[in-house]
Every structure is written in structure tokens, then in C-alpha cells.
Design a protein around this ligand. Sequence first.
Ligand SMILES: [Zn+2]
Ligand SMILES: [Zn+2]
Length: 745
Amino acid sequence: MSGGRRIRVRGQVQGVGFRPFVWQLARARGLCGDVLNDPEGVLVRAWGPDLEGFCAALDAEAPPLARVDAVDWEALEGPAPEGFVIAPSQGAGAETRVTPDAATCPACLAEIADPADRRAGHAFANCTHCGPRFTILRGLPYDRAQTTMAAFVMCDVCRAEYDDPADRRFHAQPVCCPDCGPRLWIEPSGGGAPVDEAVARLRAGQVLAIKGLGGFHLACDARNGTAIALLRARKRRPAKPFALMGTLTTIRAHAAVTDAAAALLRDPAAPIVLLDKAGTPLPEALAPGQGTLGWMLPHTPLHHLLLAAFDGPLVMTSGNLSGEPQVIGNDAARDKLAPFADAFVMHDRDIARRLDDSVERADPPMVLRRARGRVPGTLPLPPGFGAAPQITAYGGQMKAAICLVKNGQALLGHHLGELDDALTWDAFLAADRDYADLFDQAPALVACDLHPEYRATRHAQSRGLPVVEVQHHHAHLAACLAENLWPLDGGRVAGIILDGTGLGADGTLWGGELLLGDYRGFERRGFLRPMPLIGGDMAAREPWRNALVQLDHAGLGAVADALFAGSPLDIARRAASQGLNAPLSSSAGRLFDAVAAVLGICPDRQSHEGETAMRLEALAGRAAPDEARHAYTLQTLNDGCRETSGLFREIVSDLRDGVDPAVIALRFHAGLAQAFAAPAARLVEAGQARAIALSGGCFQNALLLRLVQRALGDIPVLTHRTTPANDGGLALGQALVAAARAVSD
Ligand SMILES: [Zn+2]
Ligand SMILES: [Zn+2]
């Protein structure tokens, strides 16, 4: 045995305790050499026995927060050095990677719970394997001085842990203890321990504002209908589902937790996971009409202490004014949340970056809102994009998020919200500057939606850089391809894009589309019957408007007269017939609204975006699954249009026959799935498409996703699993379309 190895490790390997892991592994195996960070990741030079086993262990035994993408090596000549050391970082741009915030690890949890440990009951314990990261970061490089922990001077004991490569807290930037760390308090205080006072107030049915990782939450006892009603009344939020926090034992008592769901709940990202709520004794008011409840595990020591003392489920909803971003500052909380909260659980570690809770599903896996715990994780670009220039893509108007491309990686930024809110718009502009700084990125071109009125589009055009405008549903298709690492030259796919609305290439609004294309371009091969959106944006808020045009079109005007007698039907019909503020749209989202309204689900108004579609999914989930075999028919016309008049005649006929609305809802889902799956499959069978991609906001609907997948059988299907199918993923697709054009030029 002679010679050494120069080993390159790529992936998420900085800021996750990878160097001390390598150091310990090397010493345990009797190796000599060194390990360091550089711009490409981690570089190891090693001499000694069984280097093959060492290389395998670098991946197999990596620390919890690491993600190893590749371990490559080449032979090293020359004599072995003495010992094994952690060497200084090399090269500009080293140590610029920041990992997402991570839930408290089991080792820290054990310390907090151990009365003999010096961190017993400490609300801020963390280590290399867990704790705040992105939310406390003010700038780069990522070291303590650049975080909101800079204000806290490490005590000697913590300093010794921080400096010891053998310690779990080696170079853990937020390391602290009760002697030197942040302070916890409650306002107003009765003089007791903050956690005890908080729990007493929660038990008494009060609402608390609690400072979390990425912002304040409003919390109350999830079993207490009066407390929930109080919170809803104060927030003026009648129906939008409240997220819940509980221990895994508590969650299992209220929901069926599959292995996949348990794994997702326990993920270091600790997202909100939507779980079937059937049979729960918890109040219906938590998520009226919905089939799921959103649950998350406690993910900071403070949450663990609160949950352990409270011993039950808590509502944990965003602490914000309606439509505004979540509050992050103590003063802002006192100011803005005072009308909602009876008391404030505060601390003096500042939140540098606002991050909402991520929202995901486990069965099937999907991301509905990508934020805390997932950002700033990066995605590798698919094969063929290696020469892509630096790009910034600005996304859409709703569920805004920014995407940056640099060095073969894409960084899809956090969920920002709806850009028509002034504070969200400020957050968007801040995120644009911020991510560019963090990523040390200066785009050569920018990408945006085709829609000239989107604020993000106008911002892109104001930057003085070449602009690539990307059609909304083409961007959805490209985002799905990108997430699945579909190669640039991988061939065309059929894209079933079922969405709200986005500006189409022909100037009308699209949203229920069958596209055939790739990153470079697309053809429109199918679409839902375009219908007028009476009142423009009003149609998205008031489902009866969509039902009216569909019923009239199907020759069922009398049914509309009876169902919506209280609505201004004459004015609406006149607007539709004259095309006054009634743009045509093939939106699938509005078709869901129309069907829901006919079934009596929120016909007058939906209280939050997506409410009717989510209720319709929940309703369909109550039908016997084999009713899906009797799918409604959407007739295909010669130009690719899917006619909806027959669908509504079948629905009304079934209603008259007394068919259960749950069965009708399921037959509608199945009919819509069929109407797009069948022609997409034919494109694959004819050799025109190599796979089928599913994207657009309607694919947050797990039932629709399953029905489409089932209808496609053995055909390769690409779905979103780690990026949102909704407009939160739009910027990723825009960036890849722009990159494809740039590398093809
Ligand atoms: Zn830890
Ligand atoms: Zn300390």
C-alpha cells in the first residue's frame, strides 16, 4: 500500500460539520493528510490504509445535514504528512454556502431534557447538526459575526466546544448556553418562568404570539373551539386552514401517519405536512370543509419546551396581518399583533430573514410552499446546461419566488407571497438584492413572465439587462423538467399543465393546457373550452361567476337562475356577451370553481385562494374510489379544445337524480384527468413525446395527480416532488427556458 488520494466531495458539504466529520473519520482509521473547504466543496488529501473504504464512508456516514452529490478522487504521489489536520479554507468564494435552518437534533434534545446537563431547559440549544442558519444570517461569509448571534459573546465553556474538532459544536456558529445565549421572556409577565406562564395562558384559552425561527406564530389550544373562534374573529380569517404543532405521539392520535409522512415530519426541515383529518375529534373550525390538517413537529428547543409542558396540540398560524408578510421583529410584533395576542413569548435573538413554514405532502410527495428548512438549498441543473450564464428569474404575481442560476446550480428562493401587497413587494425587492449578494451573483440576463402587468415582469424590464419573457405554462413545464433533471436535449415531452390563469401566447388567458415541447419551446396541443372571466379577477374570488358562464354555455341557464338567484345575473350575462371586463380563459382552476359552485361549495365567495378546489378534492375523497370509473366526458373538438358543456349537463343530470355530490366531485376529477391523460398518452405512443410532465397549481390536488398518473399507466411521468407545481415554481422554469436559449445561441 502506497500513495495517497486527493478526494473531491461535492454537494451540501459546507456549514454542516463535514470537515470535523472527515477529521474524526480519518483519525479513527489511522489516516494522515488534511481536509479543507474551497469553492467547489470539500477537498481531502489522505494517506493510509483502506482509502477505498474511507471514500465510501465519506458518503455513507456523512453528517445529518450533509448531502453528498459526488465523491471523486485521483492518486497523489509523494510522502504522507504527519497526522491529520483541518486546514484553512482556500480560494475566493469558499465558505459562502449557507444551509437551511434545521430542527433540533436528538442529541441537543436529550441535553435540554436532562436536568443534570448545563443546557437543561435551554430554549436556544443547537449544534453542528441542528439549529438556526439562514434565518439568523445577515451576510457572508457565514460566521458568528455575520449572524444575529454576534451580540452574544461566547462563554469559555461554549468557546472550548466551538474550538474542539472532536466536539459536536465545533464551528457551530450559533452555539450558546444559558450563561451566554439569548434570553427568553413573556410579556406581560407574572414573574414566573416564561414557558410555565405561556402554558397556563394557553390552557386558559388565550392566544399567544410566539417568536419562531423565521417569524412569529399565533398559537392557541387546538382542542379549544372557543380559543379557535377567538383567533379567527381577531384575525378576520373565517376559513383559511390553521397549521398545527404537536409531538409525533399527539399527531398520531389525530391523524393516520404513514411511514412516509412520519419521515417527512421528522425531516430536519420540519415542514407542515398535510395529513388526512378523517376521524379527528379536533374542532372542524381548524380547517372548515377541508380533508386534511397541516401538522408540524416542534423544531426549536423553545417549541419542544412549550409542547412538553402543554401536552397537547397547538394551533401555530403565521403572525401577520391579512395579506402581509409574517412579523419578525419584537417591536413589530408588539405593534401589529397586539390586537390578536393576549401575551407575547419573546427573546432577544433577532430574526434576520423572514421565512414562512414550508408546506408539503408525503403521499404523494409534493411541496406546496417552499420556505423554512428548504431554502437556500440549491438544485443541480440538468445535463446540457453546464455552460448556462448567470440568470435571475422573477416568477409570477402570486406565490412569488425568485430563482438564481450560477455555476450549474439553481437556487429557488423562498415563498414571498402575493406581490400586490406593498410589504410583500418590498420583501421581493429585498430578496432580489439579498440572493444576488449571498450567491455572489450578477446576472447576464433576466427572465420573467409574458404578462406585462405583473410587478415582477416590470421589475425584470427595469434592470437594463437582456430579458427573456417566458409563457406562464411553458415555465411550469420547464420547471417540472428541471426538477427531474430532464436533459437539455432529452427530447420533447407532453406537458399536462392544469393551473389558475396565465397569459397565453395568443393574448388570451390560459390555464388548462396540453403542451408539447421542451425547454426551448412548445406547441399548444389541447386546452379547456375558453370561458369569459366575468369581472376579471373577481371571477377568481366568486365561484358563481364561473358556474354561470358554464351553465349558460351548456344550455342550462335556468339552473343557474335557480342556483344563484341572489347574484347579479343580468349584469354578469351582459358583461359576458359583450366581452366587457370578461377576458376569455381556458383556466382549469376556474373550472374547479364552477363545478364547486354548482355543488354549493362557496358559490358566493372563497375566503382564500384555492379554497373551493381544496374543498372539492376533500368532497371527492369521500366517494367510493371505484366511482372514478364513471368519469364525466369532456368531448375533444378538432382544434384540441376540450368541450365542457357535456360535463355540466352530466353534473346537473346526476344532481337531479339525487347522486351524492361526493360521487359527482369524483367523477369530475376523473373526467378532467381522462381529458388530458388520453391525448398526452397518444403523443407518447405516436413517438412525438418521450414522457409526460404534470405541472400547474391544480396538481397540488393529490386526487387529481393520482387519477392522471393511473390513467397514464406505464408511460414515464415527471411530477414535482421538491419544487412547487404551483406558481411558486415558476421562476425555476423561467430560468431554465432562458438558460436553454442562451446555451443554444
Ligand atoms: Zn443539535
Ligand atoms: Zn455559553
